[in-house]
Write a protein that binds this ligand. Structure first.
Ligand SMILES: N=CN[C@@H](CCC(=O)O)C(=O)O
Ligand SMILES: [Zn+2]
Length: 395
């Protein structure tokens, strides 16, 4: 079954090899375009079968006309923490009047999450993923990290796996209150029994490497957890350089991590290490917004040759927003990125941070994951900030 989509005023393919497309901003734009998506059998994921000028479009089983809207690859939200219960809105309100963030609230969410049943958590996760999908996100990475014991971390990943293949073990989120007297024993637990229980449900291992938080992990502790995860066959991701300077970014590059996330406080040496490496710097501007922190200088990173993704980090503490369009607007307004750079960061480079080439760009053979903008151009995403104009294109 094949479906022809026409009436596309601007097709942003994010395919910088597409011949005949406008490549001036690296977005591979076709105007007055059409796309054919199809699936081999009912309920199979769709794939892109044809991309080109509307005038050349082939026949298909069905067609529909978007009447002059822009189409994009669906957003790839490569960093989120959706497996949680409870509410920390009061913590947010306190931060707006000057309370700093230090990671201590994670234990509050941990307690609420441990109390929740599977059914309750499943309903919360499903509602959050639906909220993301309604705003143009078609792939989401989900971390554990609010269970922090062997059973609870495995449970979180088992539930996350029901909605995405991009699941990340984050037993190394913080040291839970019951383990604070013996940090070394907790690191051993994470790198041993907890990892073994979580690994069947995880693609990635991550750690909150943050010497500036009393709750998170030092560079050496992070290295122990990451190496154990690598030995267990997981890919590596790092929460690094969020609250101040630290070893996270360089550790990520040294160990070949797919991504180091946050990057709020990077030194020149960190930038030099990231530049030309295979490690993507994933920036999370909603966190700076919601913690009243300085924004990282996306412009400087791009100019230095660093590959940048942007993601929501949707979580109950540092950013409770699921909106990739808002992250694009913040990247443009606050981090010196052009709309085109921000859009690539939210799609094709975010896919790269998950080591995926089948998502994040509209090209023949890729997944048929598309988003539609209720406007003639993608430029309206940051321009119409706060207005829900991006939707997942359901075909
Ligand atoms: N920094 C660590 N983890 C999350 C916040 C988690 C929380 O505060 O609940 C983050 O990515 O910002
Ligand atoms: Zn995070």
């Amino acid at each position: 079954m094949a479906i022809l989509i026409t009436g596309i005023s601007e097709l942003v393919t994010c395919d910088d090899t597409l011949e005949g497309a406008d490549q001036s901003d690296g977005l591979g734009i076709l105007r007055d375009a059409a796309v054919v998506v199809g699936a081999e059998f009912e309920d199979a994921p769709t794939s892109v079968q044809w991309v080109g000028a509307a005038a050349d479009a082939p026949a298909a089983d069905w067609s529909f006309d978007l009447g002059g809207q822009a189409v994009l690859p669906g957003f790839v939200d490569s960093h989120s923490h959706l497996v949680y219960a409870g509410d920390r809105s009061a913590e947010f309100a306190a931060r707006m009047t000057g309370q700093p963030y230090d990671g201590g609230g994670i234990a509050v969410t941990m307690a609420a999450t441990r109390e929740a049943s599977d059914a309750e958590l499943r309903a919360l996760i499903t509602a959050r993923v639906d909220e993301m999908r309604s705003q143009g996100t078609t792939t989401v990475e989900i971390k554990s990290g609010y269970g922090l014991d062997v059973e609870q971390e495995a449970r979180a990943l088992r539930l996350a796996r029901e909605v995405t293949e991009e699941t990340t073990f984050l037993g190394g989120h913080v040291v839970p209150p019951e383990a604070r007297d013996d940090r070394a024993a907790y690191v051993d637990l994470v790198a041993g029994e907890m990892l073994a229980a979580a690994a069947p449900y995880a693609k990635w291992v991550d750690v909150f490497c943050e010497p500036n938080s009393p709750h998170a992990f030092t560079g050496d502790e992070a290295r122990t957890i990451l190496l154990a995860g690598r030995d267990a066959g997981l890919g590596l991701r790092v929460h690094g350089n969020q609250l101040g300077p630290g070893p996270g970014a360089q550790l990520a590059v040294e160990l070949g991590a797919a991504s180091v996330d946050h990057c709020t406080f990077l030194s020149d040496d960190d930038i030099a290490a990231l530049s030309g490496s295979d490690t993507v710097a994933t920036l999370l501007p909603g966190v700076e917004f919601s913690t009243r922190s300085p924004y990282p200088d996306g412009r400087a990173l791009i100019d230095a040759g660093v590959n940048i993704a942007i993601a929501t980090d949707c979580n109950p503490g540092t950013c409770n927003s699921s909106s990739m369009p808002l992250m694009i607007a913040l990247a443009v307004r606050e981090m010196g990125m052009t709309p085109a750079e921000a859009l690539r960061a939210a799609t094709v480079t975010a896919a790269r941070s998950l080591r995926r080439t089948d998502i994040g760009s509209v090209r023949v053979g890729n997944r048929g994951d598309l988003a539609v903008v209720g406007a003639p151009s993608y430029l309206h995403i940051p321009y119409r900030v706060g207005v829900p104009i991006v939707k997942t294109l359901q075909v």
